[in-house]
Design a protein around this ligand. Structure first.
Ligand SMILES: Nc1ncnc2c1ncn2[C@@H]1O[C@H](COP(=O)(O)OP(=O)(O)O)[C@@H](O)[C@H]1O
Ligand SMILES: Nc1ccn([C@H]2C[C@H](O)[C@@H](COP(=O)(O)OP(=O)(O)O)O2)c(=O)n1
Ligand SMILES: [Mg+2]
Length: 246
């Protein structure tokens, strides 16, 4: 109930104009006086405490953070840093799909065709890969990077894994910056060309933003300003993760 009330509060607050790397959970900050901030962050941390945490609940359940943002917003870069500093397992939906392609399976061929066109792979395939990776990992805190990409992804995950995330980290980055980063990524990816990038950006706006809106309404989204250097952005990320109890 309180989560829903918090979500409504978040939705009502106007967007923040805070500077780079200083914007973790900026929706909440909008309501705060500077001196209130640490206390409020602690309160927020308790709200985001894992179902596996100190609540005496089911200790088998890992803390799950979905990591969202447009293509090139820096999800992978920041997840690597979070994994290293906070001991999270890092599951990248895109990497799992690319591994399937590399395996040479029939499913991999289908995935390749879809990724080349900047479209989204059928949810059952992606969720099954994520579910298996989670099962294999013994980590009690997991970053799921680049997922859910659409409402169908989200609903399928909830159905198959039977869970919602504890938190959703959203990297907010202007389109021109994302395009610049993708064109400079140089990893030989079939989808990092301007034609496919344009399609991916459209898909992001039309299918992924509704997922962010959904989780905002559930009070689960922490938005990070993803402009600036990777280290500057990680300062905001570090602040956020330091305030969580998992
Ligand atoms: N803050 C940043 N400033 C400039 N380039 C960045 C930044 N963060 C990441 N990059 C680079 O941009 C590209 C896309 O980053 P990546 O982490 O792969 O994003 P995503 O997983 O969201 O697509 C990579 O080449 C990465 O090295
Ligand atoms: N949940 C997902 C994640 C990725 N995909 C597909 C479609 C995406 O354009 C590609 C690449 O995803 P990836 O997360 O690696 O891409 P970015 O890190 O955002 O550049 O994979 C998908 O269909 N469903
Ligand atoms: Mg990525």
């Amino acid at each position: 109930m309180w989560r829903r009330r918090l979500g409504a509060l978040l939705l009502r607050s106007p967007p923040s104009s805070s500077s780079a790397a200083a914007s973790s959970c900026q929706h909440h900050r909008h309501h705060l006086l500077p001196s209130e901030e640490p206390l409020a962050l602690n309160r927020l941390a308790r709200l985001f405490t894992s179902q596996a945490g100190s609540d005496g609940g089911n200790s088998q359940k890992p803390f799950i953070a979905f990591v969202l943002g447009g293509p090139g917003s820096g999800k992978g870069t920041q997840c690597t840093k979070i994994a290293s500093d906070f001991g999270f397992a890092h599951l990248s939906a895109g990497d799992l799909l690319r591994h399937e392609i590399a395996s040479g399976s029939e499913k991999g061929e289908l995935i390749l065709d879809i990724i080349k066109e900047g479209r989204i792979v059928p949810s059952e395939i992606t969720v099954e890969l994520i579910r298996k990776a989670m099962e294999t990992s013994s980590a009690n805190k997991v970053l799921i990077d680049g997922f859910p990409r659409c409402e169908e992804n989200r609903i399928t995950f909830e159905r198959i894994v039977g869970r919602e995330p504890d938190i959703v980290v959203f990297f907010d980055c202007p389109e021109d910056e994302m395009v610049k980063r993708l064109l400079g990524r140089n990893q030989g990816r079939v989808d990092d060309n301007i034609e496919t990038i344009k399609k991916r950006l459209k898909v992001f706006e039309s299918l992924n933003i509704p997922v962010v809106d959904y989780y905002s309404s559930r009070g689960k989204v922490c938005k990070i300003n993803a402009t600036g250097t990777a280290d500057e952005i990680f300062e905001a990320v570090r602040k956020l993760f330091s305030s969580l109890r998992f």
